[in-house]
Design a binder for this molecule. Structure first.
Ligand SMILES: [Mg+2]
Length: 265
């Protein structure tokens, strides 16, 4: 979900101009359907509110310390050999411990709820994304979200509803809920299970994965047999070698282009 440094140059390769419309489309969220625009500010606001509730002087350093702990937990999860997602409740508990104001039980639940609600509003939908999903839904595509996000699922659903995306997605697979992050096979399997609830053996070439990460949204799903579309977002954290390795079927600047590039049956 994090997008910090500026993205380097992306090598353009000879991806196909048009592909057949898939039965199922799996979308990444941050950098794909929406820009992660205000996340840091919202975490800081939550930290300041929590600190003042704990009667701690809510200065910049206190707000920064929660943001730093959240990002460090996400980095650690991304580096974990099993790709287990970070536990936001544990991050808040450890932050409160470090402030000398330990939280447990109901007060810890309330703090987590406060951070979750404060996080809503962090993502700004990209222009045309919701409209593209509406068009694809009208053409009979089944669509789902597959997101690396350590925010608990209920707040993610509130955020998706605020963005006008929730009702356009048949299912939402969030790493905080699954317990594992992309590119763990566990989260892709959860997505395919949701995409094919009847248990029919999925023909993965009829599944398109769309996202801005060349490793998580292109290389890993492509290795499983899915078609892929790489979104060239404005900012990213993805290493140049990941772009060099990725072989997407489509390269797009925006999800808004997608309906025009998928040939209906
Ligand atoms: Mg992304």
């Amino acid at each position: 979900m994090l997008q910090r440094p500026e993205l380097g140059t992306i090598v353009i390769s000879d991806a196909a101009a048009v592909i057949h419309q898939p039965d199922v489309i799996l979308f990444d969220w941050g950098g794909t359907l929406a820009d992660v625009a205000y996340q840091e500010r919202r975490f800081r606001n939550a930290a300041a509110a929590l600190a003042s509730g704990m009667e701690v002087d809510a200065g910049d350093a206190i707000a920064d310390s929660l943001v730093a702990r959240i990002y460090a937990a996400e980095d650690a999860a991304a580096g974990d050999p099993e790709l287990r997602e970070a536990d936001l409740r544990a991050v808040i508990r450890e932050w409160a411990d470090a402030l000398g104001r330990p939280l447990a039980g109901a007060p810890l639940d309330e703090a987590l709820d406060r951070v979750g609600h404060a996080w809503v509003g962090s993502l700004e939908p990209f222009p045309g994304a919701a409209e593209a999903l509406r068009v694809l839904r009208g053409r009979g595509c089944r669509m789902g979200l597959v997101s690396n996000c350590l925010i608990p699922r209920p707040y993610c659903l509130i955020e998706l509803r605020r963005q006008g995306l929730l009702d356009l997605l048949d299912f939402q697979i969030i790493s905080s809920d699954v317990g594992y992050r992309k590119p763990s096979p566990v989260i892709y399997r959860a997505a395919l299970h949701a995409a094919f609830p009847d248990g029919a053996p999925p023909c993965l070439s009829k599944v398109l994965f769309v996202g801005d990460s060349p490793a998580f949204d292109v290389a890993a799903p492509a290795a499983m047999g899915m078609r892929t579309a790489l979104v060239r977002c404005r900012r990213g954290i993805w290493p140049a070698e990941d772009y060099a390795r990725a072989r997407p079927d489509l390269r797009i600047d925006s999800v808004a282009e997608l309906p025009g590039l998928l040939q209906p049956h």
